[in-house]
Design a protein around this ligand. Sequence first.
Ligand SMILES: *[C@@H]1O[C@H](CO)[C@@H](O)[C@H](O)[C@H]1NC(C)=O
Length: 301
Amino acid sequence: MSPLKFTERKMKMICLLLAAICSPVFTEDWKANVVKELDALVTSCVAIPCSFTYPKDNLPSSKLRGIWHLSDPPTSLVYHEDQTRVLDNFKGRTHLLGTLGQNNCTLEMAKVKDHDSGPFCFQIELAKTNEPTRDKFSFVEDCVTLKMLHEPPTPTLTKPDTATVGRSYTVTCSVKHTCSSHQPTLTWSRSTDVDVKSYREIHSGNWEVQSILTFTPEEKDDHEDITCTATFNGMKTSTAKFTLYVKLYILDIVYFGPVQHIGRMILISILFVCIFMLKKYNMWNRNSLILFPSSSWRVTW
Ligand SMILES: *[C@@H]1O[C@H](CO)[C@@H](O)[C@H](O)[C@H]1NC(C)=O
């Protein structure tokens, strides 16, 4: 690579970097970013991620008002800080999880009904100084459609194929959901064991709850059914189950296993048989010496 080319590349990279740093300043405009489609479990809740940008310099956030409405007709309000203006169907079921001052218009819808599919669109209103009227900024392209789930997703179990007596065993149970404000709870049939829970966002609005169960299997745990139950907000549940097969290491069988006595008895028996055979052989040898003095016969025998 020539030195000229190298500096050219370097310049290009610096320019790109500068552009990346500066662009938000120039492009900051009225813009909303709403997830396009999201699953929603009927009876549970759904949290619809939403963020927006606006030209900050001349606008205090206290003058902002966030509204969610149906795409058709847009006058039907799904969320408004003044509850009386909200459609009866949505009264008391919607609230903003996000803080508008932090450019966050995330909406929570509780007790989802099977006809709540939307599309729902975000709109922002801005109070003009010294005027009762408000400017409206609608983001008609930024609407969300909810896909209704009547049954909750089933948890996924990840585990090693076999468990071994006395050796630590780990099972992971995870389930997906779309209500980050009320995560489902995961419970195990083995309630005495320790489990570690974690939550993560897979992609916009889609979350996963995970529970890791760790225990040390005993012989009595063989063929035990282990279940992981997910209880969603709204009390719908789903379950995943597997049967535990506990194995013993081959060395463990001899030393600690359930057949240890049999094992020892067989070992001792073999030992006795060997000693007996050895003695008998020697006796025959001596006898043969007496009975058949000819060494040639002994060789062939
Ligand atoms: C918006 O607010 C919600 C609820 O508080 C939060 O979970 C989410 O992370 C926020 N989004 C951003 C981009 O800050």
